[in-house]
Design a protein around this ligand. Structure first.
Ligand SMILES: NC(=O)c1ccc[n+]([C@@H]2O[C@H](COP(=O)([O-])OP(=O)(O)OC[C@H]3O[C@@H](n4cnc5c(N)ncnc54)[C@H](O)[C@@H]3O)[C@@H](O)[C@H]2O)c1
Length: 341
């Protein structure tokens, strides 16, 4: 398997899952949002199977490097994680986001057209739907992305769907993740974003370890049971297993398919704060601020399509997500490189 963005949060966990399931993996990354240490950790966590990881540092937009790699290393399928992913940053740097996310996908498709295989799993996001009218979110909900990041994901899905119409021998699955959190239970692999975390869970982890003073809760007046926003958090190890399930069912149908990877369970910010406090053994300081522009009250998946098509269901609950995220943060208070930011 070729895994792009292999050193990232979800990529690293997926590499471990694939290696321990017996696959050989070629990982690539340019470390724009990750550390080479993550590659060492993948090998360490995978144990003897870690020897089946080959890693190449490259930018996926570099056609020549990608072509050279695929020419000498034939792969059976590709999981394409490499992208920039911070919503707020994408508003400030739209050109960089369109450049990285669209061109990485286009150059990868070019290389696969030349060398094969025409089998691809694409990392998509529930955020392509924007503000939804109907919950839970099904795959056929309208696509109305509200920021440059989400637009890049919707555009890549469209490009891949059009490609599959023009060239029917492609097998492509876009996996739409809900809110990936947690870490590998070993405490060796986890989410270590560069700079200030963009997402709630890594921010909370850094508050718990004293790297940030308090959590800001954006809005406690939403029409939800406790007034705070509700999201569908999914354990990153469940997500990694979802990629393996999708790979194993890639051959089932030619063409383009979109599949949600979520739990179907909504959790509020307050509930997450409590669960994380229980996991780390102390209450976490927070302050309530006004709603953030673009945020919606509730988002959670209808995960039934994944169960029907790839036989996958999330099995890990909120307490496990918090326990494992805390375990990673506790063992790596300054992240992989120890420096913090
Ligand atoms: N984490 C989430 O909340 C979430 C939700 C939905 C979708 N996604 C998508 O899942 C994928 C993985 O997300 P993640 O949370 O692991 O993010 P991440 O930033 O931890 O991982 C992405 C990896 O891709 C690498 N990368 C970026 N541009 C590259 C390029 N041009 N060439 C080579 N490597 C490059 C980065 O260095 C990083 O290691 C992304 O496509 C993201 O958009 C993430």
């Amino acid at each position: 398997m070729l895994v792009t963005g292999a050193a990232g949060f979800i990529g690293s966990h997926t590499c471990v899952d694939l290696l321990t399931a017996g696959y050989r993996v070629v990982g690539v990354d340019n470390f724009v949002n990750s550390s080479p240490r993550a590659v060492e950790r993948i090998r360490e966590v995978a144990g003897p199977a870690g020897a089946n990881l080959e890693f190449v540092e490259l930018d996926v937009r570099d056609s020549a490097a990608l072509s050279k790699l695929l020419a000498v290393t034939p792969v059976a399928a590709v999981v394409h994680f490499a992208a920039l992913k911070a919503v707020g940053e994408s508003v400030a740097l739209p050109v960089e986001y369109y450049d990285t996310n669209l061109n990485a996908t286009l150059r990868l498709v070019d290389a696969l057209r030349e060398h094969g295989p025409r089998r691809l799993i694409f990392s998509s996001s529930c955020s392509i739907h924007g503000d939804v009218d109907v919950l839970p979110i099904r795959e056929d909900a309208p696509s109305r992305p509200t920021n440059p990041y989400s637009r890049t994901k919707a555009m890549c899905e469209q490009i891949l769907a059009d490609l599959c119409v023009a060239e029917p021998d492609w097998h492509v699955v876009a996996l739409r993740y809900f809110n990936p959190v947690g870490a590998h239970p070993s405490g060796l692999l986890g989410e270590d974003p560069r700079g200030t975390p963009n997402n709630l869970m890594p921010y909370l982890q850094q508050v718990a370890v004293g790297r940030r003073e308090f959590l800001t809760v954006f809005g406690d007046d939403y029409p939800t049971p406790d007034g705070t926003g509700v999201r569908d958090y999914i354990h990153v190890v469940d997500l990694a297993e979802g990629h393996r399930a999708a790979l194993e069912h890639l051959a089932d149908a030619a063409g383009f398919r979109a599949i949600n990877l979520g739990t179907g369970v909504g959790t509020s910010v307050r509930q997450l704060l409590e669960a994380f406090g229980a996991a780390c053994g102390h209450e976490l300081p927070y302050r309530v601020a006004g709603r953030r522009a673009g945020d919606v009250a509730e988002l959670y998946a209808d995960p039934s399509h994944a169960a029907e098509t790839i036989g996958w269901r999330a099995s890990r609950g909120l307490a496990e997500m918090c326990r494992d995220a805390w375990e990673f943060q506790r063992h790596n208070p300054g992240g992989y490189d120890g420096a913090g930011a």
